[in-house]
Design a protein around this ligand. Structure first.
Ligand SMILES: NC(=O)C1=CN([C@@H]2O[C@H](COP(=O)(O)OP(=O)(O)OC[C@H]3O[C@@H](n4cnc5c(N)ncnc54)[C@H](OP(=O)(O)O)[C@@H]3O)[C@@H](O)[C@H]2O)C=CC1
Ligand SMILES: CC(=O)N[C@@H](CCC(=O)OP(=O)(O)O)C(=O)O
Length: 316
């Protein structure tokens, strides 16, 4: 049986990428709204209500409106916006977060796709706190760089208009109130939000996030090998291959540390570097903001909800 899938916001950056990923799927019938009606609430309501799964690739306010337009109890929703990520009744769509999170997503009517930045942080810290290697009140500083497509059509147009002679690395979020902090705190198992300093790079897509761990002062200082083993064990159990942990790095530099290394994939790779004598470590995540960071994760969640075997699917 084919599943009817409606992408509300299919003309946007994330929507287009999901469309491309689903175009070749014979098990999916894509319901496509005529361009002139794509912002017409009553036409959207029609499409939303006839879909088996609606994928919302919209600003937060429009995503909330879409959910309110659904009048049946059969349309399932994957929301790529940040509107519902810490809301009751919504499953958080980061399948590798816990060994059973894929089952939670598979059974859910409402799935909130994670923000791109939270995925690197949650992947890096949640297994360490859950495993008791770090306390929940450990003070975190979280840094990273994303390609400018992370800001959607608006930011892409800005960079295009500047003719790509923009700032090589532009810091932002300097009021320390980034909209991703609530989901980072909740699903990172943290007592308080990290100090988060994102930057946008002058390139289209791809991310690298950096989580330094200054471990001195902890009652029990975990060795780098323990941090690495906790992450490797967690993702061996919880991942179907989309999240991998590179071997423990004993190098000053690594060729894998390129924010564009996993572009056009649904992969996320963690790297652990440590100096036990100094009680210092850093965990670095590399992934595509439009892949695992948005559309790849949405397709992965769709596959889970439809019961499609991820290892044989071409899509995610
Ligand atoms: N880009 C990324 O890396 C990531 C994005 N996301 C999230 O995914 C969502 C979509 O982001 P992104 O694709 O980047 O954004 P874009 O701005 O590229 O696309 C959003 C689309 O929604 C359309 N839209 C706006 N308002 C309405 C409305 N009321 N009814 C119907 N359509 C509407 C826009 O129309 P128009 O074309 O006319 O502007 C546009 O096509 C956002 O919530 C974003 O935060 C999540 C993770 C990563
Ligand atoms: C580079 C850039 O601007 N990135 C966006 C996040 C993109 C993303 O994860 O989307 P959501 O808005 O759906 O959470 C930002 O930091 O606001």
């Amino acid at each position: 049986m084919t599943a009817r899938v409606f992408i509300d916001g299919e003309a946007g950056t994330t929507g287009l990428q999901i469309r491309e990923r689903l175009a070749m799927r014979r098990d999916i019938e894509l319901l496509s709204i005529p361009d002139e009606l794509r912002k017409d609430a009553s036409a959207r309501a029609d499409y939303l209500n006839k879909a088996d799964v609606a994928i919302l690739c919209l600003p937060d306010a429009a995503a909330k409106e879409s959910v309110a337009l659904i009048e049946n109890d059969t349309t399932r929703v994957i929301d790529a916006s940040s509107a519902h990520r810490v809301s009751d009744g919504w499953a958080y769509g980061f399948a590798e977060m816990d060994p059973d999170q894929g089952d939670v997503i598979a059974a859910a009517m409402r799935v909130a796709n994670p923000g791109c930045w939270p995925q690197g942080l949650i992947a890096s810290i949640r297994p360490l706190i859950a495993g008791g290697l770090l306390p929940a009140d450990f003070p975190l500083v979280y840094h990273g760089v994303s390609g400018y497509s992370g800001g959607g059509k608006g930011m892409i147009a800005d960079y295009d208009a500047k003719g790509h002679v923009a700032n090589v690395l532009a810091p932002y979020g300097l009021g320390f109130n980034h909209k991703h902090l609530p989901e980072m705190t909740e699903y990172g198992l943290l007592d308080r939000a990290p100090l988060f300093t994102p930057t946008v790079g002058n390139y289209y897509k791809g991310m690298m996030t950096v989580l330094p761990l200054n471990l001195a002062g902890l009652a029990t200082v975990p060795a780098g090998a323990q941090l690495h083993a906790a992450l490797a064990d967690h993702f061996a159990a919880a991942s179907n291959g989309f999240v991998e942990v590179a071997p423990l790095e004993a190098l000053e530099r690594s060729d894998g540390l390129d924010p564009q290394a996993l572009n056009d994939t649904n992969g996320l790779r963690l790297h652990v570097f440590a100096n036990d004598a100094r009680a210092q470590a850093v965990i670095i995540a590399v992934y595509d903001n439009l892949g695992k960071g948005a559309s790849g994760a949405a397709v992965q969640n769709l596959n889970l909800m439809l019961g499609v075997d991820q290892t044989t699917s071409l899509a995610a």
